[in-house]
Design a protein around this ligand. Structure first.
Ligand code: SF4
Length: 249
């Protein structure tokens, strides 16, 4: 018998995802203050993206949105088995059959236990398609890649501390470019028409930056990946080691 769901955990996300009929699960982006004191980094492998993050701007800062994201995070931190049980029950509901769920409209897999809870949730609902972007490359290589659920797609995203572990020629990944023209110029396939192209389209996924003027100024003419390579090379130069990559773009 189907479980009774009192309040949906999954929402319709931002307007673009909602328009595509994609359900979403969101956490706060990057570092947040916890109610009992101290801070928590929801995106442990965020790099330059943290300063350019659209999920820390605009509607994401509305108090009701922030409160909902914080509620989600606290559920995963304080009662992970309870989260898993609630979400497992919810995704059995007929409204999700044949639908897509994007895990993390904002935020990322902040721990292995949390990722493993999601993998069990995903396997419990073979009629639902789940996908995500993530910067947790090492964790996914260890925990997901050896035996991924058939109904789960993921796209590594550049701009994080683990970019160097992404083989840009062979691994599906996304980069955020300053414009559609820049996406095309660098040979990436734009996902502007549908967010689902991140997992169903060509494996080099280009995302044109959101039109947020102060973030566009910070980003300048570079992609997130290029900015991260510049930062990584500066760090390596300071530490006296060889440059890990050539940022020339
Ligand atoms: S990982 Fe995503 S949500 Fe987190 S800071 Fe970076 S862009 Fe924002």
């Amino acid at each position: 018998m189907r479980a009774v769901v009192h309040q949906w955990l999954l929402g319709r996300g931002n307007s673009e995802l909602g328009a595509e009929g994609i359900y979403t699960w969101s956490l706060p982006a990057w570092v947040v203050e916890l109610p009992w004191g101290g801070h928590f980094n929801v995106c442990p492998s965020a790099g330059v993206c943290a300063q350019l993050c659209y999920a820390r701007q605009g509607a994401y800062r509305f108090s009701n949105v922030r409160a909902a994201h914080m509620r989600n995070l606290l559920l995963t931190l304080q009662d992970l088995p309870g989260f898993e049980q609630q979400m497992t029950e919810e995704v059995q509901h007929p409204r999700y059959q044949g639908a897509h769920v994007r895990i993390h409209d904002s935020g990322d897999f902040h721990s292995q236990d949390y990722l493993e809870a999601w993998l069990r949730i995903i396997r419990s609902a073979p009629g639902v398609s789940f996908y995500c972007y993530t910067k947790e490359v090492a964790l996914f290589k260890d925990v997901v890649e050896p035996d991924p659920p058939a109904n789960f797609g993921w796209c590594y995203s550049l701009g994080g501390k683990q970019d160097q572990a992404i083989d840009l020629d062979t691994m599906r990944h996304a980069d955020v470019f300053p414009s559609e023209e820049a996406v095309e110029h660098h040979g990436y396939a734009s996902q502007d028409e549908s967010d689902l192209l991140a997992v169903y389209g060509p494996p080099q996924v280009g995302i044109p930056a959101n039109n947020i003027p102060h973030l566009r100024r910070i980003q300048g003419a570079h992609s997130f990946g290029a900015l991260q390579r510049i930062r990584d090379n500066q760090v390596h130069a300071k530490s006296g080691r060889n440059h890990p990559s050539d940022p020339s773009e």
